[in-house]
Design a protein around this ligand. Sequence first.
Ligand code: SF4
Length: 232
Amino acid sequence: MTATGDPRSDAQALLANLRAWGVEEVLVPMRISSGRAPAKSGSGKAARLAALRGEMGDCRRCGLWTERTHVVFGVGDPEAEVMFVGEAPGSEEDRQGEPFVGKAGQLLTKIIEAMGMSRSDVYIANIIKCRPPGNRNPLPSEIGACSGFLRAQVEIISPRAIVALGTFSAQTLLGTDEKISRLRGRFHAYEGIPLMPTYHPAYLLRNPNEKKQVWEDVQKVMALLSGREPAS
Ligand code: SF4
């Protein structure tokens, strides 16, 4: 959804978007607003993220550097309360250097907007920062080389909740081989932070009937942020 600047038109467009999702009830946490101010100066998070990106440099810590166009570090508010974590960049993300900008990314943007936020209110990153050739699954050695960067991003941002998008992200962050269909729908923990696994937007493009389950999952995240749901 693109904002028009007219509050009434924007609200009508958002409601139409939600109706298309089959959403009948909207719970908007009081601590989140789509017009959120930029990162507070002096918090140091933006500077620490920039330093981490500088430390990565033209990273060659695993073999994925040979075929990448860009290192896809992450994007969003360093003060974000919610982090979305996917698997690895696809071709469009590799080309643009930003996570979730292809068709699946557009759907993720709609999910975020349905939660009452915008992309600039949250932080979006992947576990692997360079595109695996042919979008194959990352190798254990590549995960081992790269996952420390994601861990550092989480440590710096210290979000109140993490949404793990898809099987690979959820299984890697939780250290399990449990199916995403069994992991989703309840909070787990990553480094002490509540983590909600849910389906990847690319999966939703192929299986639109599962959108309601994703909506249920993100509703729980919104309830957690507003203090209405414990992370258990
Ligand atoms: S995937 Fe990660 S570890 Fe491998 S080259 Fe890219 S940034 Fe470095």
